[in-house]
Design a protein around this ligand. Structure first.
Ligand code: FAD
Length: 462
């Protein structure tokens, strides 16, 4: 084929902001000179809180860096992909557009509109999961509603081969369509796939301790790879292949990536996962509403509930966009089961604030905590915030970092300051109700109220 007749493809990047093991990119560059496009969708960007927004823009700069190293660069449009994708495809004379599919209602509807607006094929691949939805099924051909059998099949399913970028040229953006044209002053320090791959390398040195360390927020016992996975700076199948399962720590870690796939597959089947309980009868629960509930929700968001482990975690979330998995479970359980507030309100706040906020993972996990999802925590399991705190932050190191006003309480008192003796409070320079709140609910009473509400909805007597 002569140079002038070379075929041209458009690779449309969304949540797969990397070139390594990227099926859409590999398919495009295998045969065609390829342009790389991102369309920033204002509605999606405004739904992201400050941390995820910043991470996304940094990841775009990282992708641009990877593309420049290949002699090209990222094209950026802002607006509706159903207009931008066909327009760019026409401008470059593309014969096809490639992308990696996603499962949310928003993205499937959008991709449908883009496919209809294009007069060429829109080739969909999978690059955001280890196994694509529909690939891990029971003998009856259905998605397992229980995680353990899903995991057994998932781990036995052979992973498809990792793919390399092809050798076709990478096109540079024309004037006006480069990253800095779209982002201007908002251009961030790049956060690239190479950064994420180095983070994965460093995790290799600690992963064997995962089983022992993963539940303690005061130590770095987990990988902190979730944001890189969310934006696709890492290929999850590359992560599984490079970590392997030859030690208990590694198997434990890979199992978490299976949870990630499972929630993605569940969301693909149930795109309403963020607004409808997967066990429908749980939508009969009568949640607290009105001013009292609003005030409690606000105290939860601001880290002012009077339960130190909840408050420390919620303050960390607001200040950094991060929260440890154990703390996500404790704070979510507190909202739903101590305050009896609808899990959907908490899900929305988390999704907005978390740097790794992800519809399928967040809604799936909230439904797990609320007991409304398949294979969820049973409804009568209510985390006790004080015993969880004593167990997982025994020396109060995490608490002291985020709640300096409690720092001088001793290791025993810091988990429940209202139980401390007046003299101890005075020596710690702490006035409850002034420098730190009293508990907004009594855990034992709240537990009873919640169990009654759940039983009422489920028609259970005991
Ligand atoms: C209420 C609640 C909300 C959550 N919201 C999100 C979210 O919006 N986005 C998100 O990525 N994770 C979410 N999680 C799951 C989990 O807390 C985070 O993935 C994890 O804390 C990220 O830290 P890590 O990368 O160090 O995890 P590691 O422990 O190192 O685990 C490795 C990877 O496995 C995946 N993973 C781990 N735990 C889970 C899990 N329970 N469910 C699904 N995947 C998991 C993540 O991709 C993670 O990066 C939520 C959990 C709860 C309880």
């Amino acid at each position: 084929m002569s140079g002038s007749m070379a075929s041209v493809a458009l690779a449309w990047f969304r949540r797969d902001l990397r070139l390594h093991d990227n099926p859409s990119w590999a398919a495009a560059t295998a045969v065609s000179d390829t342009a790389a496009l991102v369309v920033i969708e204002p509605a999606l960007l405004s739904g992201a809180g400050p941390w995820r927004r910043r991470a996304y823009l940094a990841a775009l700069a990282g992708l641009d860096q990877s593309l420049r190293a290949e002699g090209g660069g990222l094209r950026v449009a802002v607006g509706d992909p159903a207009e931008a994708v066909p327009q760019v495809a026409a401008e470059i004379g593309a014969q096809k557009v490639t992308m990696n599919a996603d499962v949310t209602r928003w993205s499937t509807a959008r991709d449908q509109r883009v496919a209809e607006a294009l007069d060429m094929p829109l080739d969909a691949h999978w690059g955001t999961v280890v196994h694509a939805p529909g690939q891990v099924l029971t003998a009856a051909g259905t998605l397992s509603r229980v995680f353990t059998p899903f995991f057994s099949r998932w781990i036995q399913t052979p992973m498809s081969e990792e793919v390399e970028p092809g050798s076709a040229s990478v096109l540079a953006p024309p004037p006006g369509m480069a990253l800095h044209d779209a982002l201007g002053d908002e251009l961030k320090e790049p956060w690239s796939e190479h950064d994420a791959l180095s983070q994965l390398d460093r995790w290799q040195e600690r992963v064997d301790g995962y089983d022992d360390d993963r539940d303690f927020p005061a130590i770095e016992g987990t990988s902190a790879l979730s944001a890189a996975l969310h934006f696709g700076l890492l290929s999850p199948r590359h992560v599984v292949a490079s970590i392997g399962t030859h030690t208990p720590g590694r198997t434990g870690f890979v199992r978490q990536l299976a949870w990630r796939d499972w929630y993605t597959h569940l969301a693909a089947e149930n795109p309403d996962i963020f607004r409808a309980s997967l066990r429908l009868e749980y939508d009969r629960i009568v949640w607290e509403t009105g001013h009292g509930a609003d005030a409690c929700f606000d105290a939860w968001r601001r880290g002012q509930t009077g339960y130190p482990i909840v408050d420390a975690a919620m303050r960390e979330l607001a200040a950094t966009g991060w929260m440890h998995n154990r703390l996500r479970m404790i704070t979510a359980s507190f909202l739903v089961k101590d305050l009896l507030i609808d899990w959907r309100r908490g899900e929305r706040w988390f999704r907005r604030m978390l740097i790794d906020g992800d519809l399928a993972q967040n809604a799936g996990n909230w439904q797990w905590v609320a007991g409304t999802g398949p294979d969820a925590a049973p409804y009568f399991r209510v985390f006790n915030p004080v015993s969880q705190s004593r167990k997982f932050d025994p020396a109060g190191r995490y608490l002291r970092h985020w709640l300096p006003e409690l720092a001088r309480l001793d290791d025993k008192e810091i988990h429940a300051p209202w139980l401390a003796k007046p003299l101890d409070l005075a020596s710690a320079d702490l006035t409850l109700g002034v420098s730190y709140p009293y508990p907004i609910v009594d855990h034992a009473e709240a537990r009873q109220r919640t169990l009654a509400a759940y039983k009422g909805a489920l028609g259970r007597n005991s």
